[in-house]
Write a new protein. Sequence first.
Length: 330
Amino acid sequence: MLKEEWLEKGFIDEPVLPGVDLKNEIRRLCEQKNAVVLAHYYTRSEIQDVAHFVGDSLALAQQAAKTSADVIVMCGVHFMAETNKILCPGKKVLLPDLNAGCSLADSCPADELAKYKQEHPDYKVVAYVNTSAAVKTLTDVVVTSSNAREVIESFPKDEKIIFAPDRNLGNYLNAVTGRSMMLWNGCCHVHEEFSVEKIVELKNRYPDAKVLAHPECKSGVLALADYVGSTAAILKFAQNDDTARFIVATESGILHEMQKRCPQKEFIPVPPLTGACACNECAYMRLNTLEKLYNCLRYEWPCVELDEDTCLKARRSIDRMLEISENMQK
Ligand code: 13P
Ligand code: SF4
C-alpha cells in the first residue's frame, strides 16, 4: 500500500499487530526494497541497533552520498532527510515522522536570511547543516560540527562571513579561528539547556571525570569542558583517552554508542538546569520509533520531496563541504 491508500484509510500512526518481530521485519523489508536505514547518535537505542549505519551529521551525509540503495530511511530529523534528498534526488528518501523538526533549523527562516544577505552583499554565507534546504540554496558552504573549523579556515583571513544559524557554535568558531564572523541569533533548545551550575555540581561529585561538550553548548559550558567536539569526535575522544569517567554535555542518546564502545567506562549525562529528568533529550529525534520505522518501510511513506531547482542550488554548498572534508581526511 502506498501513500494515497494510506491517507485514504486515515492511517497516521498505524498500530503494529502484537507479535510482529519489528527488528526482523525491518531488516526483511530493507532487503526486499533495497533500503538502507541511517540513524543519528541522538536517536533511541533500539533505532541505532537496527540501523545499517549510525553516525554524526557529516558521516550520515557522506554515507547517503555513496549509497547504492534505492530507498534511504533517515532516522533523524527533517533537515537530515532533506540533505539526503539533495544528494540523491533520484532516490526515495523516507523520514519515519515528518514532525521530526529541529529548533536550530527553525531559528533561521530562509526569507529572513535572504533579506540579511541583501543588506550585506559583500559577505559569504557559511551555514550549519542544521538548516532547511531553502537556506542551503542561499549558502556558499555548509558545515557540520565535525568540519566547521577547517571549512572556515579554508577562507582567506579577511573574508567577511555570515555564520548561521547557531550563535553558540559560531561563537566557538570565532574563538578558535580568530575570525569575527557575524552570527545569526539561533540555538538548539537541547544544548542551550546545559548549565555551568549542573556541570560544576557533577565535577564536585566526580573530581576524576573529564567533561565532554558539543560546540552547540553555551560558551560558559564550553569553558569548563576538557574536550569540545562533534558527536563523532566526542566518541573518539572517550575511546582513546585513559580517563574512566566522563561527564557528557550533549544529547543523551549518544551514551548508547559510548557504552557500547567503552563498556568499562562510566558516562554521566548532564541534566538540564530545571525539571525532574536526568538527561537532555531531543524530543524531535525521539519521534523515531521502531513502529514508525516499520510502517514507513511498509508503505514507503512519509516521503521527503524537494523540487529540482532547490536540489540543484542547495547541492553546491553541500558538495563544497564534502570536498573540503575529503581533503581533510587525506
Ligand atoms: P553532529 O551530528 O554534527 O555532532 O551535530 C549534532 C546535532 O545537533 C545534530 O542535530
Ligand atoms: Fe536540532 Fe538540537 Fe535536536 Fe540536533 S539536538 S536535531 S540541533 S533540536
